[in-house]
Design a binder for this molecule. Sequence first.
Ligand SMILES: *[C@@H]1O[C@H](CO)[C@@H](O)[C@H](O)[C@H]1NC(C)=O
Ligand SMILES: *[C@@H]1O[C@H](CO)[C@@H](O)[C@H](O)[C@H]1NC(C)=O
Ligand SMILES: *[C@@H]1O[C@H](CO)[C@@H](O)[C@H](O)[C@H]1NC(C)=O
Ligand SMILES: *[C@@H]1O[C@H](CO)[C@@H](O)[C@H](O)[C@H]1NC(C)=O
Ligand SMILES: *[C@@H]1O[C@H](CO)[C@@H](O)[C@H](O)[C@H]1NC(C)=O
Length: 416
Amino acid sequence: MRFFSQVTLFLCIAVLCTSPTTFGSRFKRGSRRQPVLFNRYICPPQCACSLNIIYCSGKQLNEIPSTFPRNGEFLHLENNYITRIHSGVFRHFPAIQRIILTKNRLISAGLKARSFEGLTALKRLDLSENKLTRFPRSLPPSLVELRLNLNNITKVKRGATRGLTNLVALSLFRNSITDAGFEPAILKNMTALSYLDLNENLLETVPQGLPESLREIRLENNGLKNVTAGIFTSQSLLHHFSLRNNQLSDQGINFNAWSNMSNLFLLDLSYNKLRTIPRGLPPSLHQLIIENNFIEEINYKTFISSLNLTQIKLSFNKIRIITPGSFTRLIHLRFLDLAFNNLLYVPRGLPTTLEALFLESNQIFSVQIDSFCPMNPERFVTSKLHTLRLDGNLIDSNDLPALAFYCLSSMEVVVT
Ligand SMILES: *[C@@H]1O[C@H](CO)[C@@H](O)[C@H](O)[C@H]1NC(C)=O
Ligand SMILES: *[C@@H]1O[C@H](CO)[C@@H](O)[C@H](O)[C@H]1NC(C)=O
Ligand SMILES: *[C@@H]1O[C@H](CO)[C@@H](O)[C@H](O)[C@H]1NC(C)=O
Ligand SMILES: *[C@@H]1O[C@H](CO)[C@@H](O)[C@H](O)[C@H]1NC(C)=O
Ligand SMILES: *[C@@H]1O[C@H](CO)[C@@H](O)[C@H](O)[C@H]1NC(C)=O
């Protein structure tokens, strides 16, 4: 590092010698003041600079340095004691593309409307692990990625988000954002936003009017009670949606909640309080994860709107009743996890596309001869099933019908 910083210093001096005009403005003709030789384009004395990277991490800085090398693009300021960013401090350094300010002591009052002025190339800004209580204002419109994790932000104010039309990823996990602090459509103008992380906040309702460009939303570990209609007001690109570990009950989910999510691929509703699987899930859905809820029953209407499912995870529920044929129309289903439920029987009419079936730790006491393999000799089939768990049930292995597994090739069966 030391070697590099000296090289940079040397280069800066070379610039000083060959282009006196850079500093000429400081020596005003006829000025009585003692001329001050100030070069704002040197590596900050406390830091190390190498190529286009400026390393000021863990240097006990209380302020943002006032000099940076002219070619500095990546600015490391993490692990310091910085509380504020003075107006215009970056004004002369338009080359900076990335600033990491994690683990400082930034407060919202320390961020001014002109704190980030001049950073016209800034693409990535990380302000995580500070003491911010509001979403920062006047961030450069060039930003592509903004991280504000582990602060104590309670509000995202109207106007703060307006110009950020190039933002692709926004992460705000572990803050204190409430429904009241997150107005409907507050992010709507972020028309490039693809990734939104709101895990570990205090939201009770899934925000409405989110940008249709979003491909992944994370809302885990909030206090969500409601998923209302109107999350998307037109067709959205949403692919992954995680609502794990909230307080969602059947009454809290609107039937139209999933409308306009016509590209939804994965939905995670694990660790909630659902008694039934939500209706109206979109046909694009491939992976449905609803572990650790209180689901009691599955019938042939349950999956009627989402017949493209390939994976269903329903372990650790209270499922006792599965109407025969509930899964039959899911002709793409490959993975079904029903472990740790209250099933008495192997579900009837499972699709022959299944590759893995988990039924361990239920109360299944018998396997029928046609539980897994059809008994019609004219329709001899080879099942695709390669993993079958039946352990932790009440099955007496002496009672297993000899032909029950005839159609299963190259597989791993765990019975007891
Ligand atoms: C976060 O802010 C709220 C409200 O301003 C306050 O009650 C709470 O103590 C703060 N939490 C932390 C960890 O600073
Ligand atoms: C979105 O942009 C429009 C037009 O620039 C503006 O009127 C509106 O207030 C903005 N919305 C938000 C939430 O910033
Ligand atoms: C879905 O989008 C259409 C326009 O494409 C809109 O009219 C409708 O209100 C939206 N649905 C919901 C529930 O917001
Ligand atoms: C929100 O969810 C609760 C149950 O948790 C329900 O009683 C209430 O009607 C829901 N409100 C809306 C607006 O959907
Ligand atoms: C469901 O799967 C079928 C066949 O694979 C496909 O043609 C259709 O587009 C899928 N539907 C959606 C909404 O993705």
